[in-house]
Design a protein around this ligand. Structure first.
Ligand SMILES: Cc1cc2nc3c(=O)[nH]c(=O)nc-3n(C[C@H](O)[C@H](O)[C@H](O)COP(=O)(O)OP(=O)(O)OC[C@H]3O[C@@H](n4cnc5c(N)ncnc54)[C@H](O)[C@@H]3O)c2cc1C
Length: 476
């Protein structure tokens, strides 16, 4: 098939994900039209008309590919010819071990590369409803501030509960970092439910004094305020931040997310806990547990201080801290297939933050995959997902199936996530000895485990990228 006769793939949204998707599609020899609404219609956060504008911080976080999951994601994207990473590397500013960029230079580099690519056409227009039915392959990458008309169209197609307009993020901890000499597994009243065993929750007990001190710390803790334009976003009672619940009355939490009923502490069966913090399994691998009902606007440093005062969580390693923001994201594990297509309308594919990933790099990474999948489809090739052992594969797995959905009161359980090692399948054998045969302990053991995970990821990525379907097309 020649480029002239091939129908365009349409990408809606020229942010981090959309620009990367368009670039990847064009690199496979497939023509693409990128629709970006700015400058005709701005979002409340964007200030320029540049593609891939960074709306807040100028940091892509750690660039350490050996012991940091986002650093590994950078490296994987570089190896897959990512435009976002090329532009970031070319516009670095000093930031220690982090990759930070000159935001204007970065956005200009992406905008120029897209404009100069003969296979990409840019239309500056809002797609204010579902894309026309004769667009047979569309990637929607309109981000957390998707314009209302398109959001309404998506919602009408995928259902009332399919699209959320704010996130309500509870902190997530590594199971390995919970102290099970204090905490224990048990479901309330030992109920097993459809997929449970009767011992599905991790429980952390508090006595009366600990509870009182915890409520005081929540109320006194420093909070992040809403942006002016966020304040108008309605959030309902089931999604109240935990500190707002605490402010409503000293016993409110004990009768809400911290109720102690139906639970017996096997470490001290005769002592009834005054309150209990429950954590629920978050991923199928069973490596991550979220703190049930603990969505919060506390500052990140405060969250670590206040939540590590909970018995059993003194050494908790947080893979995600809590938050509550204006956002737009799909219930992706339910709605999208393994190639990011809407099951109900497979001509629509989604990419970026709207799929439920979080962060500039993660959004671009999902754009990269969506672009490759769309190009493969257009070329008549099977779109092969990356191995789940890679950072990009682990992130895709979280979005399209790795999360364990639970139906409870309150916010729905699928919430945005940064890439982190908890999303990776565990190693078949964790390293226990160093290069000189010495027994590894503590942080040396943790670092060795991270190095083994990143080296496995890069080996598996090399094999995947080496298959013919992942190679770029020859230049025209
Ligand atoms: C206020 C705020 C601050 C954030 N700060 C950070 C941060 O510091 N660090 C971090 O890593 N992440 C941050 N994020 C989260 C997220 O990673 C970024 O928003 C990221 O830009 C998401 O990439 P994206 O491509 O999915 O969306 P975006 O980069 O937002 O791109 C979406 C594009 O779609 C366009 N668009 C929207 N609707 C339409 C339509 N109907 N038709 C055509 N075009 C449309 C928009 O104009 C925009 O250009 C922040 C998010 C917000 C909202």
């Amino acid at each position: 098939m020649t480029t002239k006769r091939m129908q365009h793939v349409h990408v809606v949204g020229g942010g981090l994900a959309g620009a990367e998707a368009a670039w990847q599609i064009a690199n496979r020899g497939v023509p693409v039209t990128l629709h970006e609404m700015r400058p005709q219609r701005m979002t409340p956060a964007h200030k320029t008309e540049g593609l891939a504008e960074l709306v807040c911080s100028n940091s892509f976080r750690s660039d350490d590919r050996e012991t940091n999951a986002v650093g590994l994601l950078h490296e994987e994207m570089r190896r897959m010819g990512s435009l976002v990473m090329q532009a970031a590397d070319a516009n670095q500013v000093p930031a220690g071990g982090a990759l930070a960029v000159d935001r204007d230079g970065f956005s200009a580099a992406v905008t120029h590369a897209i404009a100069a690519n003969p296979r990409i056409t840019v239309h500056r227009e809002e797609i204010a409803a579902l894309p026309p039915s004769d667009w047979d392959s569309v990637i929607i990458a309109t981000g957390p501030l998707t314009s209302p008309g398109l959001a309404a169209g998506i919602r009408a197609t995928s259902g009332e509960d399919a699209l959320a307009f704010f996130d309500a993020i509870a902190p997530i901890v590594h199971r390995d970092s919970i102290d099970f000499d204090v905490a224990w597994f048990q479901s309330r009243y030992d109920k097993s439910g459809p997929a449970g065993s009767g011992a599905d929750y991790v429980n952390c007990p508090l006595d009366r004094d600990q509870y009182a001190a915890f409520v005081d710390a929540l109320i006194a803790g420093e909070k992040v305020s809403f942006h002016d334009w966020e304040a108008a976003t309605p959030y309902f009672d089931g999604c109240l931040p935990i500190e707002v619940m605490a402010e409503r009355g000293r016993e409110t939490l004990r009768h809400g997310p911290m109720k102690p009923f139906g639970l017996t502490n096997p470490h001290q069966p005769a002592v009834k806990p005054y309150a209990v913090v429950q954590l629920r399994q978050d991923n199928r691998l069973g490596t991550l547990f979220n703190m049930v009902g603990f969505q919060t606007k506390l500052k990140h440093g405060e969250q670590m201080r206040v939540f590590r005062a909970i018995p059993g969580l003194e050494r908790a390693e947080f893979v995600r801290l809590g938050g509550l923001h204006r956002n737009t994201f799909l219930n992706s594990p339910k709605l999208l297939d393994a190639n990011l297509r809407l099951k109900a309308m497979p001509r629509l594919r989604f990419a970026g933050q709207i799929t439920g990933c979080e962060g500039y790099v993660e959004s671009a990474a999902i754009g990269l995959l969506a672009g490759r999948f769309a190009a493969a489809e257009r070329l008549g090739e099977p779109p092969a997902p990356p191995p789940p052992t890679t950072a990009v594969g682990a992130l895709l797995g979280h979005i399209t199936g790795g999360h364990v959905e639970t139906i409870d009161a309150g916010p729905r359980s699928f919430q945005p996530m940064n890439v982190n090692f908890g999303l990776f399948p565990p190693l078949s054998r964790s390293p226990s000895r160093g290069p000189d045969g010495e027994r590894l302990r503590g942080s040396a053991k943790t670092l060795a485990k991270k190095r083994a995970l990143t080296s496995r990821a890069l080996d598996d990525l090399a094999r995947w990228v080496g298959t013919s379907a992942q190679r770029p097309a020859a230049a025209e």
